[in-house]
Write a new protein. Sequence first.
Lengths: 111, 111
Amino acid sequence: MSVPLYQAKAEMFRTLGHPVRIRVLELLQNGPRPVRDLLAEIDVEASNLSQQLAVLRRAGIVTSFRDGALVMYALSTPDVADLLAAGRRILGAVLTDRDGLLVELRSQTPR
Amino acid sequence: MSVPLYQAKAEMFRTLGHPVRIRVLELLQNGPRPVRDLLAEIDVEASNLSQQLAVLRRAGIVTSFRDGALVMYALSTPDVADLLAAGRRILGAVLTDRDGLLVELRSQTPR
DNA sequence: GACCGACTTGAAGATTTCTGCAACTCCGAA
DNA sequence: TTCGGAGTTGCAGAAATCTTCAAGTCGGTC
């Protein structure tokens, strides 16, 4: 297997490695959402959110389209939900009462 | 859900966001391996590999133990394999003949 | 067509991550 | 007890990422 493929995989994971971007993806799991909604749920400046959305867009993980005055975002593939779920599982295995985060993690219904 | 949990998830993904670390994890899927072996398969300096292993160790994704003169590394949980597999699927969905990497990706047997 | 809300873009400074070198520890063999 | 192989650690310069501010675009509405 060639080197560039590892590069691509690493970039994909790195793209997910940001709190705001994770938050966005989890919100988009429930279907397309306008930026305005995301902004209302995530405590971050509009320009910052826009930058993070651009990162996800460039990586091809989300797509966007205009609906009148609003810009909508959606997951480009439902596989993203699997990835997030797998991440959640590992976090559970790794944290194993390392601290209180575990309790909170467990309370999140596994889809 | 509180902010710190997103932080933890993001950190977990960021930990995977490096070519050498991805390579290491894929090699460890087949069972524990001494650093010497990893070094032989990954084209990187020993100190660099050691730094990357330290990152994975700190994140709790791998564990290490000494076996005589060798230091062995192993996945801390088999769930990691699922995560890598999910990543592979997304990459496949996202790349969809965006370039030649796709062909290579497909040739990799899905576990 | 002027204005406002909804977003995006560009750029700069601050922060974090990476890489490679040098020095150091640990173990086993001679 | 000395030596060499196997790894790790500390650090500094280089590179990538984040955050924020200012400016700009696109649609609707009055």
